[in-house]
Design a protein around this ligand. Structure first.
Ligand SMILES: Nc1ncnc2c1ncn2[C@@H]1O[C@H](COP(=O)(O)OP(=O)(O)O)[C@@H](O)[C@H]1O
Ligand SMILES: [Mg+2]
Length: 373
């Protein structure tokens, strides 16, 4: 049996990416045509999974690729180092270790086996520049990516994940600098992703800011439930397993089709069926799997709730929505309700259904709130 039956805890592998074919194809073509893209959407809805497949395909079509998760970088210098390393790896093959800083990276690529592959780029001079500021390092990294692509006659598709966090590292100044460097690049193409839609919006939709209208905005569509049903039946069927219609129905109701939740519940339900030696997953397994999945998710949910509590009126408004009541019937001013709603939308917790009515993006979070607050 393949590892990781229903993938959780990391981006889904290509064969497990349900129903994003159209999106993936469009993103691939756009990037190869040279369009920069912004993809913003709440956490755990499938951005990284889709992006992994997009990168795989553009690479297959001859492009170079570079992936940097801004969230994991602790400073502009680390970010620059990672970007630089990712760009160089297109020539040298993967390094086993991520360089901590530019100096360490400089030492690594100075080794004979690498040096031969990148000598034409004349990177040595730049690494040797010990006194360089983080901004200069960033400049070097951005230029290197473009240079490598240009020298080899390729596109360089650069995916910057959790891009909104660049604000924390360097603020508007760094955004301006990046914009300045990027706008002159002809070979490097960017896919900016972020899970905090409001921050991404601020960066890309504010006329006063560096990245205004810089890239094309794309959005991940909701996965139709029937696609999940097909995938789950097929996935189980490959190893002689099955699931009842009733089980699928409960799964859909309880998870609301939220990608991460579906996977976590299915994983737990499958385990339960297996442990009791059954080949068919029934409604009972889903119900138990749901309970088990809750434990897995509760850490995330507790943190999410802590976040909500930091914003005036947001807890009350959220609970109102969870309990199926209208937020505007609360005993606070309309303006205050609207502000709280905006905030909850911004942090990706709710979506507007119609005027004055909202739903939770992750129904399991709603259940958690009812049980734990
Ligand atoms: N299209 C998809 N098909 C199947 N599972 C998915 C899909 N998108 C997301 N998932 C599930 O959700 C989890 C989180 O997805 P991920 O791509 O990391 O989301 P994001 O980057 O938006 O936070 C994955 O580990 C996987 O279990
Ligand atoms: Mg992600």
């Amino acid at each position: 049996m393949e590892s990781n039956f229903f993938p959780t805890g990391r981006p889904a592998a290509p064969e497990d990416v349900v129903d994003r074919e159209e999106f993936i194809r469009e993103a691939v073509e756009r990037l190869l045509l040279g369009n920069d893209i912004v993809l913003a959407g709440p956490r755990r809805t499938g951005k990284s999974s889709v992006a992994g497949e997009v990168l795989r395909r553009v690479k297959e079509r001859g492009a170079y690729i570079a992936y940097v998760d801004v969230f994991r970088a602790s400073s502009i210098e680390t970010f620059a180092t990672r970007l630089m390393q990712a760009a160089i790896e297109n020539r040298t093959g993967f390094f086993r270790k991520i360089a901590r800083d530019m100096q360490e990276l400089g030492k690594t690529v100075g080794q004979a086996k690498f040096a031969a592959k990148i000598h034409d780029l004349e990177l040595g001079v730049q690494f040797a520049n010990h006194g360089a500021s983080p901004e200069q390092h960033l400049e070097i990294a951005l230029q290197t990516a473009e240079k490598i692509a240009e020298a080899d006659g390729r596109r360089m598709i650069i995916l910057l994940d959790e891009f909104q966090d660049i604000e924390k590292l360097g603020g508007e100044k760094v955004l301006k600098q990046m914009r300045g460097a990027i706008q002159h690049q002809r070979n490097a193409v960017y896919l900016f992703m972020g899970s905090q839609a409001h921050l991404m919006d601020k960066i890309f939709s504010d006329p006063d800011r560096a990245f205004f209208r810089f890239a094309i905005q794309m959005q991940l569509p909701k996965i139709p439930w029937v696609e999940w049903e097909n995938y789950i039946r097929d996935r189980l069927g490959r190893t002689g397993l099955s699931i009842t219609d009733g089980a699928l129905q409960i799964l859909g109701e309880k998870t609301g089709g939220h990608p991460h939740c579906v996977m976590v519940v299915m994983e737990a339900a499958l385990l339960r069926a297996r442990l009791s030696g059954r080949q068919e997953i029934g409604a009972d397994d889903i119900v138990h799997g749901y309970g088990a999945a809750f434990l897995t998710l509760s850490g995330i949910y507790a943190q999410q709730w802590a976040n909500v509590k930091g914003y005036t009126n947001a807890p009350a408004v959220l609970m109102q929505i969870v309990e199926g009541r209208r937020p505007y019937s609360l005993n606070i001013t309309q303006t205050n309700v609207t502000q709280a709603i905006d905030h909850l939308e911004e942090i990706g917790l709710i979506t507007r259904i119609e005027r004055g009515r909202y739903r939770l993006n992750e129904p399991m979070f709603g259940e958690w709130l009812l049980e734990n607050t």
